[in-house]
Design a protein. Structure first.
Length: 456
């Protein structure tokens, strides 16, 4: 009997090779995927003509309430960012409130160590220090120098945080009001390594014996002014760096602590930052605005797809849709878009997203500030989502806090101040926020933030 020889499965191996390239080179095959998925939406786009007339978000009273909340959020954010202590920022200085587009580059403590701002270097000419209230956030980079050697004046400005490997060492002291018998301890703070338990560490102290007696974490660490050295006249005294974190061993018999090292924990989470403040002499004027933040909005319509109760929708516009674009209705967040071809996209609601968000929580009443947070939706049921958050110290946010949740600064096409829904701290787990968004169904008229060069 003759046995037929097996042929080499060329087609199968070719498909496997193509699939491997598709997974490992997403940027190369991204346009192909956009066209394939976008073409597949042609049928529901034609059927959408029979879905009914698009509806607006809500009545005038509801929209007016959203605008009032956004105005109150803006007032609190501005007040908090400019609330520097006396003598920290010169009275006559020009203060600039800048939005944060993103945080990147792992630095000390495994935290992000760079920020990308929505202003260009040219706009921020004459600026150096980056602060938030009385906190020192970092230093503005210089285009064409150091880490920014390839940056141009028209590029978005970058900020190195104090845990950046290139950040200068800082002369500081433990807050005299901290207690514990360590008031007045002068130290030198530098960026830690990525494996350290905190973003910054103490290198030197003027009294090693006094430092060895530190047995309690949480003392405030503030900058001290220098007359000489690399940071002389650059960093004023009194700026808050964070809280001291003692690292060592406990003696369970005598309750003594063997201090091995002292670290500094900043009071902010880089991913949670939505705004920072820069200042410069009033005589300095920056260049023209480079429009780092997209402000152009185009009209579109969102249609329910099969399984729309899970937060997936079809977006139809007359122009290209950039990835990460905010889909809004009169100041309310409908979702975030993923652009396809032919002016279409897929919109994902907040509850269905699994990305990391920059968020702003506005508590009820006037006594509490607006809290900057970084969060990821952990689970959702209907129009309720539970967000695992991090950002402000836990003791600052009351367990019974209730209020409204807004977007922070989530990139060029998703600005801060978009209302997400009513929120409260979860009763059982204070690291969770329970967010209740409006229930909407059917075709909806929306606005989409796009690149001005793409709009027609």
């Amino acid at each position: 009997m003759l046995r037929k020889s097996a042929s080499f499965p060329v087609g199968l191996y070719a498909i496997l090779l193509l699939a491997l390239a598709w997974l490992t080179l997403p940027a190369l095959f991204g346009p192909v995927e956009r066209w394939l998925v976008g073409s597949a939406t042609a049928v529901p786009r034609l059927a959408s003509m029979w879905f009914g007339r698009p509806a607006r978000a809500a009545g005038r009273d509801d929209l007016g309430r959203v605008e009032e909340l956004r105005a109150e959020l803006n007032r609190r954010v501005t007040r908090q960012n400019f609330s520097a202590g006396a003598g920290v920022i010169p009275v006559a200085a020009e203060k600039l409130l800048c939005g944060v587009l993103s945080a990147s580059r792992v630095g000390g403590g495994g935290r992000m160590s760079e920020l990308l701002l929505d202003h260009s270097y040219a706009e921020l000419e004459g600026c150096d220090l980056v602060v938030k209230g009385d906190q020192l956030i970092g230093f503005l980079m210089r285009p064409g120098q150091g880490r920014a050697i390839d940056d141009l004046p028209a590029d978005p400005a970058r900020v190195m945080l104090c845990n950046h490997r290139d950040a200068p060492r800082l002369y500081a002291s433990v807050d005299e009001d901290g207690g514990g018998g360590v008031g007045g301890l002068r130290v030198v703070v530098r960026a830690g390594s990525s494996a350290d338990p905190a973003p910054m560490r103490v290198d030197l102290w003027n009294d090693p014996y006094q430092a060895a007696q530190m047995d309690e974490s949480g003392l405030l660490v503030r900058t001290r002014a220098l007359k000489y050295g690399a940071t002389a006249q650059r960093v004023p005294g009194g700026l808050l760096l964070g809280r001291a974190k003692v690292w060592g061993y406990d003696d369970q018999k005598t309750d003594d602590v063997l201090t091995i090292a002292v670290y500094v924990e900043p009071l902010f989470e880089p991913h949670a930052l939505s705004h920072v403040v820069l200042w410069r002499a009033p005589a300095v004027r920056g260049g023209r605005s480079s429009m780092m933040r997209a402000h152009r909005r185009v009209s579109g319509v969102v249609y329910d797809l099969p399984g729309a109760d899970r937060g997936r929708h079809l977006l139809v516009t007359d122009t290209g849709v950039p990835d990460g674009a905010a889909v809004t209705q009169e100041g309310m967040l409908v979702g975030v878009a993923r652009g396809l071809c032919l002016g279409s996209g897929l919109a994902t609601s907040f509850g269905a997203s699994r990305r990391r968000w920059s968020l702003l929580f506005l508590p009820d009443g006037d006594t509490l500030p607006a809290f900057e947070m970084s969060g990821v939706v952990e689970r959702a049921a209907g129009n309720v989502a539970w967000v695992r958050w991090e950002g402000p110290p836990r003791d600052q946010l009351p367990r019974s806090a209730e209020g409204h949740l807004f977007t922070g600064s989530n990139g060029r096409f998703c600005p801060s101040g978009l209302w997400i829904g009513r929120a409260r701290v979860d009763r059982l787990d204070r690291d969770l926020l329970e967010v209740r968004s409006p229930v909407t169904r059917g075709a909806r008229a929306v606005d989409v933030l796009v690149d001005p060069s793409e709009a027609r």
